[in-house]
Write a protein that binds this ligand. Structure first.
Ligand SMILES: [Zn+2]
Length: 97
């Protein structure tokens, strides 16, 4: 039930092309993250992956299509580290199989 609640209240982030400029200063062990992977049959909007952050538990949830795993895992992990790294555009970068 929680899974479905989170799924439908999520911000869908996926779907694009050119390589982004990422601020690498936010990594190198400065921060740790907790994330829970969820494999599902479909994601709203026919997305290949989805990330959502549950602020109440300080936990990141990554939703991926079960039959395509690990497609988009890298893309969604980048959301954990960099937040909305392809802000304002859809992206499928780092979603190769
Ligand atoms: Zn994305």
């Amino acid at each position: 039930m929680i899974k479905h609640t989170l799924l439908y209240s999520a911000i869908v982030l996926s779907g694009c092309t050119s390589a982004p400029q990422l601020d690498l200063s936010v990594i190198d062990g400065i921060t740790s993250y907790t994330f829970i992977p969820h494999l599902t049959e479909a994601i709203p909007g026919n997305k290949s992956g989805m990330h959502l952050y549950d602020k109440a538990t300080d936990t990141h949830h990554i939703y991926l299509i079960r039959s395509e795993f690990p497609r988009c895992l890298e893309h969604e992990v980048l959301h954990i580290i960099f937040g909305n790294w392809h802000k304002g555009r859809d992206s499928i970068e780092y979603c190769s199989q």
